[in-house]
Design a protein around this ligand. Structure first.
Ligand code: SF4
Ligand code: MG
Length: 328
């Protein structure tokens, strides 16, 4: 059974002009697998992460299906979702200091969490579980009774990861978990996440704007744009031979940061409160054809194993006129 199955998920933020922040996303994660979710800011990747955790703000509507193991999350009451959060789907945040209570010792964080979610454990068992999780993340037991401020940023992130893993969730969602850390510590945290994933079979959804991290740390990658998945597949394959023009442009804009030339994709993403009948990237795509802004390309599978949403992979379904370059 998959660890996580998301089918045709839509998240709409209500308002006078409702915004479709996530627009028909489907992804699947096997136990122990890692999927990187990438895209520019505002593409819906964090909203998708929050949807999986039942952390959407009031007024957000969720449609479609999200199942963790055989538990369906869409349609559950906020109370039920809260109970599942942490236990089934764990979360690692960007800035651990904002999530750790400065007035509580590390031990008290574990105590509170385990008392809430693992009611059958004795005090001694709770302590054992906590120390085991800390040890796995490289924090010595001798520091169990210290306060968050006594740790470095990297160690606090390890503590957050231990607090996530101590509940043994099937899936961990990590939203920019290393953005606040320096490069060396970032590499250590990514190695740690990979190791823990191998040991415990936890699946990892890593949300980031950093393609380099995904190339290093993820089995697969999903590229999001305007609330939709543009391309998804094995990360090596996607980075070697991107099938979608947006992936290609995104890679160019990232890679060129390390060289002298700075490339950014011209234009800006579409207004998500307006209907988008065709490909949402059409206004910025160097390869756009007449069909692109008016017809939705749907999804096809490439020989390389990618799922891709682009007319370039369905040219035979377009007429000659529809294949002509989009006039600008
Ligand atoms: Fe570009 Fe058209 Fe493909 Fe969209 S469908 S990415 S506009 S070629
Ligand atoms: Mg974000």
């Amino acid at each position: 059974m998959s660890a996580l199955t998301v089918s045709c998920l839509r998240v709409v933020y209500a308002g006078r002009r409702p915004v479709r922040a996530v627009d028909g996303v489907s992804i699947e994660l096997q136990p122990g697998e890692s999927l990187g979710l990438v895209g520019e800011s505002g593409c819906g990747k964090s909203t998708l992460g929050k949807a999986l955790l039942g952390l959407l703000p009031d007024g957000a509507r969720m449609e479609g299906s999200v199942s963790v193991g055989d538990q369906e999350l869409v349609g559950l009451s906020p109370r039920k979702l809260r109970r599942l959060r942490g236990k089934q789907v764990g979360l690692v945040f960007q800035e651990p200091m904002t999530r750790l209570d400065p007035l509580m010792k590390v031990s008290e964080h574990f105590e509170e969490l385990l008392r809430t979610h693992e009611r059958k454990l004795s005090r001694k068992e709770r302590r054992e579980r906590a120390l085991e999780a800390l040890r796995a993340t490289g924090i010595p037991a001798s520091r169990y009774d210290q306060y968050p401020h006594e740790f470095s940023g990297g160690m606090r992130q390890r503590i957050m990861i231990a607090l996530t893993l101590v509940l043994r969730p099937a899936v961990v969602v990590a939203d920019e978990p290393t953005t606040a850390l320096d490069v060396l510590v970032e590499a250590q945290i990514l190695a740690l996440l990979a190791e823990l994933r191998r040991q415990s079979g936890t699946a990892l959804l890593l949300i980031t704007h950093n393609l380099g991290i995904v190339a290093e740390a993820c089995d697969r990658v999903a590229v999001m744009y305007a609330g939709r998945i543009m391309e998804e597949g094995p990360s090596q394959q996607v980075f070697r031979e991107p099938a979608h023009p947006y992936t290609r442009e995104l890679m160019r804009s990232t890679i060129s940061l390390s060289t002298t030339e700075l490339h950014s994709i011209p234009g800006s993403p579409p207004d998500l409160s307006e209907p988008i009948p065709g490909c949402p990237f059409a206004a910025r795509c160097p390869d756009a054809m007449r069909a692109c802004p008016v017809r939705n390309p749907g999804e096809v599978r490439t020989a390389g194993g990618q799922r891709v949403s682009c007319w370039l992979h369905r040219l035979h379904d377009l007429s000659g006129a529809e294949r002509e370059p989009l006039p600008r």
